[in-house]
Design a protein around this ligand. Structure first.
Ligand SMILES: Nc1ncnc2c1ncn2[C@@H]1O[C@H](COP(=O)(O)OP(=O)(O)O)[C@@H](O)[C@H]1O
Ligand SMILES: N[C@@H](CCC(=O)OP(=O)(O)O)C(=O)O
Length: 271
C-alpha cells in the first residue's frame, strides 16, 4: 500500500451521474447524504477536499419529468442549467446538515490554459480551501460547447477531475462510479469479468477493454476514466476508482483497505 494514500491531505473526489441518480431517473438521496457526511467528516479532520460532481443533466431530467436526454445540444444545455441549481440545492441541504460550507465552481476544460483565468481560478480554490470550504466543481455546461459530443453525450468530468487534481496539486484523486473498479472486460456485458486491483500504466491494452457508459445518464464510461488515470500516472499522482454506491467507501480507501482499483506507478517506492 502506498503511504501517500493514507497520508493524503488534499483530495479530489469525482462522483458520476450513475452514483447520484437511480436507474429510474430519481435522485439518489442516500448517495447525496453519505457523500456530504463523508466529505464533512474528512474536512473536520483537517483534510482539504474538492468535489467534482456530475449530475446536472440527470437532476434536470428528473426535475422536468423527462425520461431521456434530448439529442439537441441547446436542450441538453438548458437541462444542465436547470439541473445545476437543483444539484447545488441538494448538496447545500445535505452539507448544511453536517455544518459544512460549500461553494459552486463551474469550469471549462481549457480554463487553466489561459494564464489570467488560471490565476483567478487558482486564487478561488486557494481561498476556499484555506477557509475550509469545499468547492463543488462541474463543467460549465452552458458555455462548454467545444466539449460536447454532438451525438448523445455531454462534457467529461472524469478528465476535468484529473485536470483539477493536477492544478490544485492533489495528493489523491478518487473517482466514484457504479462499478467496483476497472475490470479486464466490461462487467455490465461480461458476467465473469475480473476486477483489476492495481494498474501501473495505461496504454492500448487497457483502453482496449474499456467500454462506454453503463447507464442511461453517464457519459464517458471507462474510456474517460482511463484518460484521467493516464494523466495522473504521467504526473506520478494516484487515482483510485471505486464504487460510489456508498461514498463512505472513501474512509476505507484512506485507511488503506483493498477496495477499488488503484492507479499508481509501480517503479517508485514511496514511504
Ligand atoms: N473495463 C471496464 N471496467 C469497468 N467498467 C467498465 C469497463 N468498460 C466499460 N465500463 C462501463 O463504465 C461504466 C461507468 O462509467 P459511466 O457510466 O460513465 O459512469 P459515471 O456516471 O460514474 O461516470 C460502468 O457502468 C461500465 O458499464
Ligand atoms: N456536466 C455534466 C456531466 C458530464 C459527465 O462527465 O458525466 P458523468 O459521466 O456522469 O461523470 C452534468 O453535470 O450532467
Amino acid at each position: 500500500m502506498d503511504k501517500r494514500i493514507i497520508n493524503a491531505n488534499r483530495i479530489v473526489v469525482k462522483v458520476g451521474t450513475s452514483s447520484l441518480i437511480h436507474p429510474n431517473g430519481a435522485v439518489n438521496l442516500k448517495t447525496f447524504d453519505e457523500l456530504a457526511y463523508t466529505l464533512s467528516a474528512l474536512n473536520n479532520q483537517g483534510k482539504q477536499l474538492v468535489l467534482v460532481s456530475s449530475g446536472a443533466i440527470g437532476v434536470g431530467l428528473n426535475k422536468m419529468h423527462l425520461k431521456k436526454r434530448p439529442t439537441e445540444i441547446g436542450a441538453q444545455q438548458a437541462l444542465a442549467a436547470i439541473g445545476q441549481s437543483e444539484l447545488m440545492t441538494l448538496f447545500t441541504q445535505r452539507f448544511d446538515h453536517y455544518l459544512t460550507d460549500i461553494a459552486q465552481v463551474l469550469l471549462t476544460h481549457d480554463i487553466f490554459d489561459y494564464p489570467k483565468s488560471n490565476q483567478f481560478v487558482m486564487n478561488t480554490f486557494n481561498c476556499l480551501l484555506r477557509d475550509n470550504v469545499i468547492p463543488i466543481v462541474n463543467e460549465n455546461d452552458t458555455v462548454a460547447t467545444d466539449e460536447l459530443d454532438h451525438k448523445t453525450t455531454f462534457g467529461d468530468n472524469d478528465q476535468l477531475s484529473a485536470i483539477v487534481a493536477s492544478h490544485v496539486d492533489a495528493d489523491l484523486l478518487i473517482v466514484l462510479s457504479d462499478v467496483d473498479g476497472f475490470y479486464d472486460q466490461n462487467p455490465n456485458k461480461v458476467a465473469d469479468a475480473n476486477l483489476i486491483r492495481t494498474v501501473s500504466h495505461v496504454d492500448e491494452n487497457e483502453f482496449g477493454v474499456a467500454g462506454g457508459t453503463g447507464s442511461r445518464f453517464g457519459t464517458g464510461g471507462m474510456q474517460t476514466k482511463l484518460l484521467a488515470a493516464k494523466r495522473m500516472l504521467d504526473e506520478d499522482r494516484i487515482m483510485v476508482l471505486a464504487n460510489g454506491a456508498d461514498p463512505r467507501i472513501i474512509f476505507k480507501i484512506l485507511a488503506g483497505k483493498d477496495v477499488g482499483t488503484i492507479f499508481q506507478k509501480e517503479s517508485v517506492a514511496h514511504e
